[in-house]
Write a protein that binds this ligand. Structure first.
Ligand code: ATP
Ligand code: MG
Length: 421
């Protein structure tokens, strides 16, 4: 283990790259706000039991991927492996169900921990933008969420987006389908992977979702949940499609999508893009009408999605989409030998006037200060030499046009703004 190496599957966001995250964040906040979603922040860790109940103990997440440990008080603690359970816990703990519904919330940059084999787009700590809507049973919300994710991603410039939707029914119709699927798989169990052998017993639906090619072959002709939906689920799914049709976005019904979490009911969806390394799921979500009840609350519908920020950034990079990088400085103050204090006062004044400003803090020569100012991309330099200092003045220079003016220190901010244009 190298002390100067971050743990496997984690990543730093460096100061020179953080604007990319901030740009995404601002777009995500705006998208959420446009539809009435407000931010929720929940702890990075929760009681393990929350995820056992909330995520489901037949899922890959719970079975293989959780970061779980005992704290010093002998409590079992788990680092959040997804965002919904924590949001649902907070919804119940703070009686948010007593307010006018629906309760719409989003989380941004929420760290998510999964013990997975690291590879492109798969980390052990990643960050999610997620939306949750509690208390709304209508398919219009399912459609709203799918559209919000689609428009956000396409607005960022992600191309080749495909929206895949499915319905996995509800506790009334799904058991019938379970039985049919189990019947179909009964003769094929021996050819399934080890995981799917246990999925066959515990949650046969998840065999449909297995990424192992031989399992995918086995389920190619499996019966479809869509043929087993009860009237209510069928009507809900059809309403969702009506809304999506009206919106004009392209989408596909794919009865193979079941999603990795046990809490889903009715709608499930994924936004997928084709990359050079194959298909990449950027966003996944669905309806979870039983989650709140499963966590001890009164029955309460819910629907949401999670979107991985690292995956979005990876796609933007692969597609060569440049994100706007804000300037580090508007004004860089340079000074001669003894005029450090005047320079400092000027920097302070410029900052107070709302400009991004700085000066040399490393003892550079005037020439080196200019070189450094250039490197930072500052639009304007403000120089205090002996003559300027004697007159309470400062010499401003637009680094691009080379236009120069000398003005009283008191006018420096206004003049710098004029020069920047
Ligand atoms: P996958 O099938 O790729 O494992 P998942 O079904 O486990 O995805 P979700 O639980 O739906 O993913 O998480 C929502 C989103 O979070 C994903 O669509 C993806 O963008 C992102 N995500 C999930 N796991 C990781 C990971 N290990 N590293 C980076 N991003 C991830
Ligand atoms: Mg996964």
């Amino acid at each position: 283990m190298l002390l100067t190496q971050c743990p496997k599957g984690t990543r730093d966001v460096l100061p020179q790259d953080s604007y990319r995250w901030q740009y995404l964040e601002s777009k995500m906040r705006a998208a959420a706000a446009a539809a009435g979603y407000r931010e929720i922040r929940t702890p990075v860790f929760e009681h393990t039991e929350l995820f056992l109940r909330g995520v489901g103990d037949t899922t890959d997440i719970v079975q293989k991927e959780m970061y779980t440990f005992k704290d010093k008080g002998d409590r079992s603690i788990t680092l959040k492996p997804e965002g919904t359970a924590g949001a649902a816990r907070a919804f119940l703990e703070h009686n948010l169900y007593a307010d006018a519904l629906p309760c719409k919330m989003y989380y941004l940059d929420a760290p998510v921990f999964r013990y997975e084999a690291p590879q492109a787009g798969r980390l052990r700590e990643h960050h999610q933008f997620g939306l949750e809507c509690f208390g709304a049973k209508e398919a219009t919300v399912d459609a709203e969420l799918i559209l919000l994710a689609y428009r956000l991603l396409s607005g960022l410039g992600v191309s080749n987006l495909s929206v895949n939707i499915n319905s996995i029914g509800c506790p009334r119709c799904r058991p019938v389908y379970h039985a049919a699927l189990k019947g179909f798989l009964a003769g094929k169990v021996d050819s399934l992977c080890a995981d799917c052998k246990s999925r066959y017993e515990r949650n046969p639906l998840r065999v449909l979702d297995c990424k192992v090619p031989s399992c995918q072959e086995q389920v190619a002709d499996a019966p479809s949940m869509l043929d087993y939906l009860c009237d209510e689920c069928r009507a809900h799914f059809s309403q969702l499609q009506d809304c999506l049709n009206l919106s004009g976005i392209p989408y596909r019904v794919d009865s193979r999508i079941v999603r990795g979490l046990d809490y889903y009911t009715k709608t499930v969806f994924e936004l997928i893009t084709a990359t050079k390394d194959g298909n990449l799921t950027v966003c996944g979500g669905g309806r979870y009408d039983n989650l709140i009840e499963q966590l001890g609350g009164d029955p309460m519908p819910g629907v949401g999605f999670g979107m991985g920020l690292e995956r979005v950034l990876m796609l933007l990079e692969q597609e060569g989409i440049a994100l706007p990088e804000p300037p580090l400085y508007d004004v860089f103050v340079t000074y001669m030998g003894s005029h450090q204090s005047e320079a400092f006062a000027l920097v302070e004044g410029l900052r107070a006037a709302g400009l991004r400003a700085d000066m040399d803090h490393c003892g550079r020569s005037l020439k080196a200060q200019f070189k450094y100012a250039n490197k930072t991309g500052a639009a304007v330099t403000a120089t205090i030499g002996d003559e300027e200092a004697a007159n309470g003045a400062v010499r401003l220079k637009n680094m691009q046009t080379r236009e120069e003016t000398t003005v009283p220190v008191a006018d420096a901010a206004a003049e710098a703004r004029r020069l920047i244009g």
